[in-house]
Design a protein around this ligand. Structure first.
Ligand SMILES: *Cc1c(COP(=O)(O)O)cnc(C)c1O
Length: 495
């Protein structure tokens, strides 16, 4: 019997894993969720002897039950290979009593690589399984990080093309350079004369355009999306929590069955939801510590039971967490509403109409797995400096938010359980903020000078992702007006 997927907004939807991956989002606007969370069927002891790839298979086979063993193993092999700069894929580093799970050893040195390196393979396999003959065209709007991770994941994957729109004057120079130097004949990067919201709206309009859909089909194409609500991105993120636990057990840091805590720097709620799923598969996780930056909508939600996005949007030094609508939270709301699609849909309608909803007391009572808190800009910078001075280990700004919140949790609860902190980006990705936190005098230096200086003080080589773009040739020079986005797509596809 295959594990089927329901929509969080329509009780009648029931699709296979491969169909859910292909569609991304349900037609009713809901997210796909597994009808049950499967239990791990191997012991923690057995897991402690497995490689990352073996762990990935042990977890994903329980969710993607309509994939054959060979299909799934071949996706895993193609994803977790020497694109990662360590055979461990996601190493654990102990610093000052916490275990940092480094999720930034992939091609773009941020944790999005963990899922975006396998999604293209899951997607093309799903297309084959469902007799989709069209070539898949991935359309993405990016404010910086997701675009590069998606480009790098889809580059030269047969049967796909990828088009990324970014705000020409709205990303950092390093982020822009990373994207416009992307290799791969199937990649296309376009700077738009507008902001990120306009890029995002333009992409959504193309997805909803039925005429365009017909035109594409006539040329043998169909659109798909690589964004973080695809179940094909969520499930691969469960793997590294299982792997982290197994590594702690293998190293004798914990006893078999001992509960650990997990701290996650959170934006869209995808990464921490994966940890929640891992817990409900039977992995001994006690608390899920949800860390926010000054955009603390999730902290307020866990405190009060009210989700309220009507507030000022703050620009912080951890931009990948600057989010007021955490899309993946919908999967948790659905679950704590008793898997009731109608009830969840009513909350989501209030969110889109009024920007606010309040869960019931009963639902709030079932959030005991979670602890929420946030770190200010100053606390984040101090955490980077203090840990560096104490241990020599350098955190990026997002991970530092998590570390600061973990310290608050320890002070408030005295809970001394071993804790894994998801380390979501290399400090080399946010070099300027990181170096300024250590010493404001660094601000006078250029970007690549700062990377060299960071390499010296952290005693780590400059990652390949940064080295490459120092000298890489600019391959993408297309710019366009917001209104011309569909024309740019058609031109690239030769329509
Ligand atoms: C995307 C991102 C996050 C937030 O993860 P969510 O799954 O959206 O909660 C945190 N840190 C970094 C570096 C990211 O790129």
């Amino acid at each position: 019997m295959d594990l089927m997927y329901a929509s969080t907004r329509d009780a009648n939807v029931s699709v296979t894993a491969s169909q859910a991956i292909l569609k991304g989002l349900s037609d009713d606007g809901g997210l796909f969720v597994p009808k049950q969370i499967p239990a791990l069927d191997v012991s923690l002891k057995e897991l402690s002897g497995m490689t990352y790839q073996q762990t990935a298979y042990a977890v994903m086979k329980l969710f993607f039950t309509d994939f054959t063993e060979e299909e799934l193993k071949s996706c895993i092999r193609a994803a977790y290979d020497d694109k990662f700069d360590t055979p461990q894929i996601a190493p654990l580093v102990n610093a000052d009593g916490a275990y940092y799970l480094e999720l930034f050893h992939g091609a773009t040195i941020a944790f999005k690589d963990m899922a975006l390196s396998i999604l293209p393979h899951l997607l093309t396999t799903s297309a084959r399984k469902n007799q989709v003959k069209n070539e898949i065209v991935i359309l993405t709007a990016t404010s910086g990080d997701t675009g590069k991770a998606a480009l790098s994941g889809f580059a030269d994957v047969a049967g796909t093309k990828i088009i990324v729109f970014y705000p020409k004057n709205g990303v950092s120079p390093i982020q822009e350079k990373q994207m416009v130097t992307q290799k791969g004949a199937n990649t296309h990067v376009i700077g738009i004369h507008g902001n990120f919201d306009q890029a995002q709206t333009g992409v959504k309009q193309m997805f909803a355009d039925k005429e365009l859909e017909k035109e594409l089909a006539a040329h043998g194409y169909q659109f798909s999306s690589a964004n973080s609500i695809n179940i094909g991105r969520l499930v691969p993120q469960i793997v590294y929590y299982v792997y982290a636990y197994a590594r702690l057990l293998a190293k004798g840091e914990i006893e078999d069955g001992e509960s650990i805590n997990v701290t996650v720097p959170t934006g869209n709620f995808g990464n921490i939801l994966a940890a929640y799923y891992a817990k409900h598969m039977g992995l001994p996780i006690a608390k899920l510590i949800c860390a926010s930056n000054e955009n603390k909508v999730l902290y307020d939600f866990f405190e009060t039971g009210t989700y309220d996005k009507n507030r000022d949007f703050m620009l912080t030094s951890s931009p990948s967490m600057d989010i007021l609508i955490s899309s993946n939270l919908e999967r948790l709301i659905y679950r704590i509403a008793g898997n009731d699609a109608a009830k969840n849909a009513a909350f989501m309608k209030r969110l889109s109409d009024e920007g606010v909803y309040e869960i019931t007391a009963e639902m709030k009572a079932s959030l005991g797995d979670f602890y929420g808190n946030y770190a200010s800009e100053q606390e984040t910078a101090e955490t980077i400096r203090d840990l560096y001075e104490k241990t020599g280990y350098v955190l990026d700004t997002h991970t530092a938010v998590a570390a600061a919140v973990y310290q608050k949790y320890r002070r408030q609860t005295n809970d001394a359980a071993k804790t894994v902190i998801a380390s979501t980006a290399s400090p080399f990705k946010f070099t300027r903020s990181v170096m300024n936190a250590i010493d404001p005098a660094y601000d006078a230096k250029g970007d690549f000078e700062l990377a060299d200086e960071l390499s010296r003080i952290a005693k780590t080589a400059v990652p390949k992702a940064v080295e490459e773009i120092r000298t890489a040739e600019v391959l993408h020079k297309t710019e366009c007006e917001v209104a011309q986005m569909p024309d740019a797509v058609k031109k690239f596809l030769g329509m």
